[in-house]
Design a protein around this ligand. Structure first.
Ligand code: CTP
Length: 471
């Protein structure tokens, strides 16, 4: 997300303010991905939700991803007394309404400004792009077609026509929201050659101060690993690393405050743990971590056959797992000799193993069975020194949804510090570069992404079930 804002490079919408109006269709969940694609093009995006859209998607998801408060109420003023939808109408370079329902098209065609999306469109001189989504018969109805024609011909709006395919109404026909890249292309084309309307940030919609987090993880089981493993050389000595567990514990604490049930698998942490509120499991070695992790996630460590049900919704693998372990740890304390050669063997990549199990793949990466249900959200960490170039490869090699990369050599970002500067990479290629923040705020920014991914997963699952039922 916010690739251009974060990286300072220009996308096709760099410097533009895009207002994204979402109305109450089942396709509302796709507006989250559209928001990501728009920000990846460099746009500053502000979201307006009609009252029925808020029944499909909560404003918090959009606020967290857009970094602006979401406009939902026509009659509510901004904290500074300005009228939110008018500020958006006056400063946006383009308004894109996606998905647009049949009802909304009718209201707009008749100038009925009963919700913030219609009101902003009425009040703006910016181009408007409309992507309808609805049942096929509704789309074909002469009333809808007349409304669309009026929007296109009389108002000059750009219509991104819906596509053919299976619909939420259990029928097949034309009515599915157009492909998101086509909508982004229409937005880019709509602003091409126009000057930026408002580059003064003070005249644009306000930025969200750190949004207060709601209990958006209630009913979710979040498993977090923290700390660093120790691999015994003998009963006294070990190979370890400098991780204190601060980042992982901050994530566990943040998840607890957002209502999640948390299992915290802690390897040699140097900070106090939320033992009264989370299930805390202490481990020492990579081998113990593996056994406890597989048990917490799938409940059948080492059992033949593969688990079908995930006992967790989210795994955040913040622990620094040793990559090597002594091949033959000594049973007795080794005495000082003339010197010694220590034979090390690699540990299994636990995160990659969990991802393979979750996605139904065998050790060669071939699909051998159905992925576990419900589909979990998998988050890895990558502690690098210097360039973060390898992070994107780690994300795909380990098959995770999100990867939090940081340069541990950077001041204020390393082991034991209370702050961290991270880049959150996602499987769609997005990069969100966060500034130096307290680890607790990094944890909440990460969980904003996780909560949004879970909402998307649930909405997509619901749509898939409806489609299955109709076949
Ligand atoms: N990880 C794991 N099992 C391992 C090593 C790492 O599950 N044996 C997880 C870490 O918890 C982290 C992610 O993989 O979430 C990336 O860890 P990192 O040490 O950065 O990457 P490696 O895979 O160990 O690669 P390298 O050591 O080459 O950087």
């Amino acid at each position: 997300m916010s690739a251009s804002r974060g990286l300072g490079t220009g996308g096709r919408l760099a410097g533009r303010l895009v207002a994204l109006g979402v109305t109450g269709s089942i396709a509302a969940y796709r507006a989250v991905e559209l928001l990501r694609l728009l920000t990846a093009e460099g746009a500053d995006v502000v979201v307006l939700l009609s009252p029925s859209a808020t029944r499909f998607m909560g404003p918090l998801t959009f606020a967290a991803l857009s970094r602006h408060p979401v406009e939902t109420e026509l009659l509510e003023l901004l904290p500074d007394g300005r009228i939110g939808h008018i500020v958006i109408a006056d400063s946006a370079d383009v308004i894109v309404v996606a998905p647009a329902t049949a009802h909304w098209l009718g209201a707009m065609a008749n100038g009925l400004a009963g919700d913030v999306v219609t009101a902003a469109c009425l009040a703006t001189s910016a181009p408007v792009v409309v992507a309808p989504a609805m049942d096929g018969d509704m789309w074909k109805h002469p009333a809808t077609q007349a409304n669309v024609a009026r929007l296109r011909d009389a108002f000059g709006y750009v219509i991104v026509a819906p596509e053919a395919g299976p619909l939420a109404s259990r029928q097949s026909g034309v009515g599915r929201l157009a492909g998101l890249p086509a909508i982004v292309d229409a937005v880019v084309a709509a602003v091409a050659g126009r000057r930026i309307r408002q580059s003064n940030a003070a005249a644009r919609p306000p930025l969200a101060t750190t949004p207060p987090r709601e209990a958006d993880l209630v009913g979710r089981h979040v498993v977090v690993t923290a700390g660093g493993t120790r691999e015994p050389i003998d009963p006294v000595r070990y190979i370890g690393n400098r991780s204190t567990g601060k980042m992982g514990v901050a994530i566990a604490e943040a998840a607890l405050e957002r209502g999640a049930a948390v299992t915290l698998i802690a390897a040699n942490v140097g900070v106090s743990l939320p033992e009264d509120r989370a299930r805390v499991v202490r481990v020492e070695t990579a081998g113990e971590l593996r056994a406890e992790l597989l048990d917490a996630l799938f409940g059948e460590p080492g059992a033949p056959g593969a688990p079908e049900t995930a006992r967790f919704d989210v795994l955040v693998m913040a622990a620094a797992v040793a990559d090597f372990t002594p091949a033959r740890p000594a049973g007795q304390k080794l005495t000082r000799g003339k010197g010694m050669n220590l034979e090390l063997q690699p540990t299994p990549d636990l995160l990659a193993e969990v991802a393979r199990i979750a996605r139904g793949l065998d050790s060669t990466g071939s699909a051998t069975r159905a992925p576990v249900r419900p589909t979990p959200v998998l988050v890895g960490f990558a502690a690098e020194t210097g360039s973060l170039d390898r992070a994107a490869d780690k994300l795909s090699a380990k098959r995770v949804d999100l990867l939090v990369a940081n340069d541990v050599a950077e001041a204020g970002s390393g082991f034991g510090s209370d702050t961290n500067r991270v880049v959150i990479l996602d499987a769609a290629g997005g990069r969100d570069e966060l500034p130096l923040l307290p680890k607790r705020e990094v944890a909440d920014r990460l969980l904003d992404r996780v909560a949004a991914a879970l909402d998307e997963r649930d909405a997509a699952g619901q749509t898939a079930r409806m489609q299955e039922a109709q076949q």
